[in-house]
Design a protein around this ligand. Structure first.
Ligand code: AMP
Length: 403
């Protein structure tokens, strides 16, 4: 059992950093996944007989308002999620209009067993993102115990995600259940992988994924490279890639990654063919081509049939799978098949006993779009944080708890 699970919260005020940065359109929450993901942690504290003070950021108010003065703080207030949170928890949620300050102090001090207090958006002042120590200390005074359950912001050294931990005794600071699950999933893949371990890396740019690939060269047996980033590898090897995405300044790097993989005995799987289009559009004319022979005026927007089959074979032979990034422009129906085939292969491998982790941005959107989220072992809620974890970086939000 973990520290959080063992901790007795009865009579304690738990100050919980959650990630309630949910998408809101026209005042409506369009996806409450992040809120639901924090519920088990909140409920455990309440069931124990404790009370809960929730703190989160929402969007980037200061930056956005500076850019567009017609915007105001009302468009960024966490008050907008209060009712929905109340519905999810089936309990009243109190609200403090400033995260620190007299009202928050008073409401926190008067909080009774079983009550929930939500603090206003932490990013209404610069203190949060600056990692201001006084702000972190003022927040810390509101609760008896600090729980970090905001994996999505664990890669930021902000006041409420990292700096605050020092104001609690080591036994009174800990991860929540979501954070624990994310860390366990990432560790299972990065540090305890059963072999063969296949990493599927896709997406638009090689430059975004260099550090992940380099870190995975130390860990994986197989790396599948798909999506727009694959064309830089073909161009680097002398292939004709037409108008496909290419980072000209990363050609040497692509060759270097291939060489390193060979030295380390890691199998790199590049897609041999593509679905090509004469336009970046769902209405484009399409055809298929080998990735060494894409005609000028055409661009590869999805992996082709041969690549799909080869990748599927490698995935289905794996015992551990990490997937980050789509195989093509899956947002457009014409170019979604490669990503869908890879999702199906990951699902099949999982059914066969493999451990599969889907993490970081668009691959999560893809498994959700195709309805496979429940058929893989773990879908991460933390985009940027999971990416940095895969890159082998120590996340400030994790380090602060462990110090
Ligand atoms: P990333 O955020 O780096 O994982 O990239 C995801 C984005 O890459 C998605 O929006 C995809 O549409 C895009 N993408 C994937 N494959 C291609 C491709 N062949 N050409 C252009 N964009 C692509």
């Amino acid at each position: 059992m973990s520290k959080f699970q063992e901790y007795d919260f009865s009579g304690k005020k738990a100050l919980i950093r959650v990630d309630f940065n949910v998408p809101i359109r026209d005042g409506e929450i369009t996806d409450d996944t992040r809120m639901r993901a924090a519920l088990p942690t909140i409920k455990k504290v309440l069931t124990d007989g404790g009370s809960v003070i929730l703190m989160s950021h929402w969007g980037r108010p200061l930056k956005e308002i500076k850019k567009d003065p017609t915007k105001d703080f009302a468009q960024f207030t966490l008050k907008r999620i209060e009712d929905h949170l109340s519905e999810l928890l089936e309990a009243e949620v109190l609200f403090a209009t400033e995260p620190t300050g007299e009202e928050a102090k008073l409401k926190a001090a008067e909080l009774q067993t079983g009550q929930i207090l939500l603090l206003e958006n932490l990013r209404f002042t610069q203190h949060e993102e600056n990692g201001d120590k006084d702000f972190a200390e003022a927040l810390s005074k509101l609760g008896d115990v600090y729980v970090n359950d905001a994996f999505g912001t664990a890669h930021r050294a902000h006041a409420s995600t990292a700096v605050i931990a020092q104001f609690f005794k080591p036994e009174d600071r800990m991860y929540g259940l979501l954070m624990e699950a994310e860390i366990n999933a990432a560790n299972k893949v990065l540090n305890k992988a059963q072999k063969p371990f296949t990493a599927i890396i896709g997406g638009a740019k090689v430059s975004d994924k260099i550090m992940i690939i380099e870190n995975l060269l130390e860990k994986a047996t197989d790396i599948i490279i798909g999506g727009g980033m694959a064309y830089t590898f073909f161009k680097a090897q002398g292939g004709k890639i037409g108008n496909s995405l290419c980072e000209e300044d990363k050609l040497d790097l692509a060759l270097d990654l291939l060489k390193k993989a060979e030295e380390k005995g890691v199998n790199i799987h590049l897609p041999m063919d593509s679905i090509i289009a004469d336009n970046f559009s769902n209405d484009a004319n399409t055809s298929s081509a080998l990735n060494t022979e894409i005609p000028d005026g055409w661009m590869g927007l999805d992996i082709g049939q041969q690549a799909s089959e080869a990748f599927t074979k490698a995935i289905e032979a794996s015992k551990t799978i990490l997937w980050n990034g789509p195989m093509g422009v899956f947002e457009m129906e014409k170019f979604q098949n490669g990503t869908k085939a890879i999702a199906e292969a990951v699902v099949a491998a999982t059914k066969n006993g493999a451990y599969s982790l889907v993490g970081g941005g668009d691959s999560v959107a893809a498994v959700n779009k195709f309805g496979f989220a429940d058929d893989v072992s773990y879908v991460s809620t933390g985009g940027g944080a999971m990416l940095e974890f895969f890159e082998g970086k120590e996340l400030p939000g994790i380090a602060a708890i462990n110090k």
